[in-house]
Design a protein around this ligand. Structure first.
Ligand SMILES: Cc1cc2nc3c(=O)[nH]c(=O)nc-3n(C[C@H](O)[C@H](O)[C@H](O)COP(=O)(O)OP(=O)(O)OC[C@H]3O[C@@H](n4cnc5c(N)ncnc54)[C@H](O)[C@@H]3O)c2cc1C
Length: 401
């Protein structure tokens, strides 16, 4: 869930590749095989009552035990090299796993950020020591990460961050500042935190930024909860007061933080979670429609299903592009814009045609899913970069600005 910001300026700098949008989504036998295994696993877990289906579980479903089970099955760090605890499988196989977990509303939030973007970020920019120490733990489902980008006065305009890191004589960093909307900081081990390591230069706002790998248990870090509309504690303000971070916890190159952050975005924005957050609600609605056979409900189900299928095709093509080693930032921005709009439309369309009072405590699963979805809805089009920002990126990709 980060941001976006006008760092969109640097999103690859390329024009949108038509092949990403128009080429048919490839089919992968290996992906279908692992999909069947995940379905079997989820059916057994649901039957055993180890989790209950919820909406938007990649934000709110923190369950370390469940994450460890996925790690044991080899479903975390799937695409990473084996020497770092990974499984050297394809992005298409990983896609099938994440898609099934999201569709089932399984509790995947604990490991989500680490598996989706912090691990790939470490693979790309981390030192050998950082990779050896951290990646196998992520792949086992034991080590969780946060995204430390947004600040109280810096969201879309990420280059304006004020959290500072200064070098000490011994080569360590001293960090001061505050991050906000930091998802699951209270349940995570590390943050990849964007900091200013040289004074802001008005002629190049993107210069002087760096990424630090920060152990969230260090002295001087305070994690203050911020509750969302349903009362749940998912995100936080994280305050850094003279936090001493060892010098070898710089991630990548000092001063190259802007470039590194933008590279992260292809991973952050490209996954099926950007259109499946409300899928458990849609599935519950589908079950209801089968029972009622109501004409207006059938039309709504048909319309929503068609949109979901189209989005899925686009999203799959992005997974295929990742397999080809590309960083499809611009198509990912497009799919995220359309996908998160769809997530919210699922709620509105269903509300229009069902006579159900949304309630978190209702014994009716549709009423419960509707309430959860409504209370999470405001975040869909904000997290990971607002839709206005994403449209700016797409416009740039099309050469329109
Ligand atoms: C559920 C959730 C989880 C999140 N998790 C994290 C996290 O883990 N880590 C993290 O770092 N951040 C996280 N965020 C923060 C998120 O990335 C920011 O909320 C987002 O980038 C927008 O920044 P802002 O809230 O400061 O809004 P602002 O940037 O102040 O934007 C306010 C409004 O102005 C519009 N706007 C701003 N600039 C422009 C422009 N140039 N052109 C057109 N319109 C513009 C925006 O689209 C928006 O509608 C999370 C947010 C949510 C909702």
């Amino acid at each position: 869930m980060y941001n976006g910001g006008e760092h969109s300026h640097t999103d690859g700098g390329s024009r949108m590749s038509n092949s990403l949008v128009l080429a048919p989504a490839p089919r992968s036998e290996a992906a279908e095989q692992v999909r069947a295994e995940v379905r079997e696993f989820l059916a057994a877990e649901l039957a055993a009552g180890t989790f209950r289906t919820h909406v938007d579980t990649w934000l709110s479903g923190v369950d370390p035990e469940f994450s460890r089970k996925l790690g044991e099955r080899g479903w975390l760090g799937m695409t990473w090299p084996k020497e770092y605890g990974g499984h050297e499988r394809t992005a298409m196989e990983r896609y099938a796993v994440t898609e099934e977990l999201l569709a089932a509303g399984a509790p995947v939030a604990a490991h989500w950020i680490a598996d989706r973007q912090s691990g790939p970020n470490l693979l790309r920019y981390g030192t050998e020591k950082q990779r050896q120490e951290i990646l196998p733990r992520i792949a086992r489902g034991e080590c969780y990460f946060v995204i430390g980008m947004s600040e109280p006065d810096s969201g879309s305009d990420l280059a304006s961050i004020r959290t500072r890191a200064s070098r000490t004589e011994s080569g360590d960093w001293v960090v001061n500042g505050a991050k906000v909307w930091t998802s699951n900081a209270h349940a995570s081990h590390y943050g990849i935190v964007l900091v200013r390591t040289s004074p802001a230069d008005p002629s190049n706002r993107h210069a002087g930024l760096s990424q630090l790998l920060i152990d969230l248990s260090l002295p001087g870090i305070t994690v203050n909860p911020i509750r969302i509309l349903d009362g749940g504690h998912h995100f936080n303000e994280v305050v850094f007061e003279d936090v001493v971070v060892p010098g070898d916890m710089l991630l990548g190159t000092e001063g190259d933080g802007w470039h590194q952050v933008t590279a992260e975005l292809a991973f952050e924005r490209s996954g099926p979670e950007r259109f499946l957050s409300t899928y458990p609600l849609l599935a519950e609605f589908g079950r209801r429609v089968v029972d009622t056979g109501d004409a207006a409900q059938l039309v709504a189900l048909g319309r929503l299903s068609a949109r979901a299928l189209a989005l899925r095709q686009m999203s799959l093509r992005i997974a295929a592009a990742l397999d080809r080693g590309e960083l499809p930032n611009i198509p990912a921005a497009l799919v995220k814009d359309v996908g998160t709009t769809f997530e919210a439309d699922v709620i509105d369309e269903i509300r229009r045609v069902v006579d159900v009072t949304p309630s978190l405590d209702s014994p009716d699963p549709l009423a419960r899913a509707l309430a959860e979805a409504q209370l999470h809805q405001p975040g869909f089009t904000l997290r990971g970069g607002t839709n206005e920002i994403l449209r700016g990126i797409v416009a740039r990709g099309l050469g329109l600005r």
